[in-house]
Design a protein around this ligand. Structure first.
Ligand code: FES
Ligand code: FE2
Length: 546
């Protein structure tokens, strides 16, 4: 099994390098909220170095992407505001409450408008005195109510009710200043997306441009497991890490099973982790992303800028085909292909703020479909969360090292001599050529990375995942109740023994059985407490002991 294959296992994974800087937003047309101020750079950098010092002879395709500055100027600049951004899988959104999210530096609130059965995305600031609407509630008429003073808004963002306004006074709620900005939004592939411009001219953007679509997710013969995790490193570190199969055996050691030795003629040294050469070829690189194929027909990955990265480690004649419009080597019919086991990985990489990102993963498959009827989603989340934990601190620190070197100096600061880094290089080239190595934030953004907290806070799982996951939240609640029940039972059994000794419990065997039951309940409660802590709050991963 190759590294990409391992990535596919029913968990997620990450791990490698990257720098980063971000920057002010692209030309913010008349933006969403009336005032999307011209973003500014949060990091200033020197002009880009030219090619290649760090790129290897073994990676010709990547090296060839690193052209001179003249050519760069001919390349289109990426418009970060003219894109759709995923907010959350719908299965994790409670229609009975508003949900606050930060994307591209923009604080928005998603809420369910039951009047039209649609999710809405607003600015997360009440026009009255800017309290966060995500702390609000859905009122009895199905409107979004700000809980600071009770103003209510309909699905278009129009204010419908100001409790403090006299009924016979002027209709102040109809003033345009009482409206909240409403962004275009759509549910696609069971994920809520929004477009970060709220002005009138973008209201029908969906007719011109849609989010990237993955047909397999909507295919009824597939099941898809979704998950979300907030990460303490930036967007480009996240993307680069997901595009790096070579780190998997090392950074996730012990989490992904055994790796087979790679075929490598003449090799005399093999390590126990199982790393080896990975040959990849990148093509179709342009402002919208690129396609990478593993040689020997071992799978492919496509990056659709800025958020979507998907693929499969399966040979392309077996792997899902509809997502790729290039011809397949196989003559197999669609019917034949659908009968073959297929699975793919879809990652949505979301820029949240400098030094912060969010990943939404979706893993569609047409094998073991019945398992989803018996295995709860929280169980599927333990693996990916452990994987993200295992290189989290490493990536957090690496980002600071790159920041010290200067993002635009990435190609000089790193040494990437093997083709296993080809996808990473392709992404870095895209980021440099089309984005000047900076994310186009939608709002003015502070020019610095957050301070590094202690490891237990950096790797905490509750706020970064559990609180956003309806399945894990429900499981945590049930397990805590069970833990209390087990503790109560152990005490109750001991009490029963004290009361019933000499009456109901007379023999030594009976007493031993009752005591054993008490110990068992107590032991189970302790085990459960440890399970809860590791899977819902914090579980350290120390590479040296793996
Ligand atoms: S701040 Fe929202 S109603 Fe006053
Ligand atoms: Fe979860």
């Amino acid at each position: 099994m190759n590294s990409l294959s391992n990535l596919l296992a029913p968990r997620a994974r990450p791990s490698l390098p990257l720098p980063l800087p971000l920057r002010a937003a692209a030309p913010a047309t008349s933006s969403a909220r009336a005032a999307a101020p011209a973003p500014r750079r949060w990091r200033q950098r020197a002009r880009l170095p030219s090619p290649v010092s760090a790129v290897a002879a073994e990676a010709p395709s990547a090296a060839s992407l690193i052209d001179g500055e003249e050519k760069e100027k001919e390349e289109g600049q990426f418009d970060w505001l003219d894109q759709w951004y995923p907010l959350a899988p719908v299965c994790d959104l409670d229609p009975g409450a508003p949900h606050g999210k930060t994307v591209l530096g923009l604080r928005v609130v998603a809420w369910y408008d039951r009047a039209v059965d649609e999710w809405r995305v607003f600015d997360d600031a009440c026009p009255h005195r800017l309290a966060p609407l995500s702390e609000g509630r859905i009122d009895d008429k199905g409107r979004l109510q700000c809980v600071y003073h009770g103003w209510c808004f309909d699905g278009r963002g129009a204010c419908q009710f100001i409790p403090q306004a006299p009924a016979l006074g002027p209709p102040v709620h109809k003033n345009s200043k009482a409206c909240v900005a409403s962004y275009p939004s759509v549910v696609q592939n069971n994920i809520l997306w929004f477009y970060p411009r709220a002005d009138e001219e973008h209201r029908d953007v969906l007719q011109r441009k849609r989010p990237p679509f993955i047909p397999e997710i909507d295919d009824p013969s597939f099941v898809t497991v979704y998950g979300v995790r907030d990460l303490p490193y930036g967007y480009d570190v996240l993307v680069e890490n997901l595009m790096d199969p070579a780190h998997v055996p090392y950074a996730h050691k012990g989490l992904m099973g055994k790796f087979c030795k790679k075929e490598d003629l003449g090799r005399v040294e093999f390590d126990i982790e199982g790393g080896g050469p990975i040959k990849m070829k990148t093509k179709e690189a342009n402002v919208d992303g690129f396609l990478t194929e593993q040689q020997e027909n071992r799978g492919y990955f496509r990056y659709v800028a800025p958020c979507t990265f998907y693929g499969s480690p399966l040979p392309r004649e077996v792997a899902p085909f509809a997502v790729d419009d290039s011809p397949l080597p196989s003559e197999a019919t669609e019917e034949e292909k659908k009968k073959k086991p297929q699975f793919m990985m879809v990652f949505m990489c979301i820029p949240v703020a400098p030094g912060k990102s969010r990943v939404i993963w979706a893993l569609p498959r047409n094998v073991g479909v019945w398992l989803d009827k018996v295995i709860p989603r929280w169980y599927y989340h333990m693996g990916p969360n452990a994987l993200f934990d295992s290189d989290m601190y490493l990536l957090h620190v690496e980002e600071r090292n790159f920041a010290a070197a200067g993002v635009e100096n990435w190609h000089k600061a790193v040494y990437v001599p093997t083709s296993s880094d080809n996808m990473v290089i392709a992404f870095r080239n895209w980021f440099r050529k089309h984005c000047k190595s900076q994310v186009g934030w939608a709002v003015p953004t502070a020019d610095q990375l957050p301070v590094t907290p202690t490891k237990d806070k950096l790797m905490e799982r509750y706020w970064s995942h559990v609180a956003q996951c309806r399945s894990c939240s429900a499981a945590l609640k049930a397990m805590k109740a069970l833990e209390v029940a087990l503790q109560f039972a152990s005490v109750a059994v001991v009490g029963f023994l004290a009361v019933a000794k000499g009456t109901l419990v007379t023999s030594v065997v009976q007493r031993a059985a009752v005591v054993s039951l008490a110990v068992l309940c107590f032991g189970a409660s302790r085990w459960l407490a440890s399970f809860i802590q590791k899977n819902f709050y914090f579980h350290d991963y120390i590479h040296a002991y793996k």
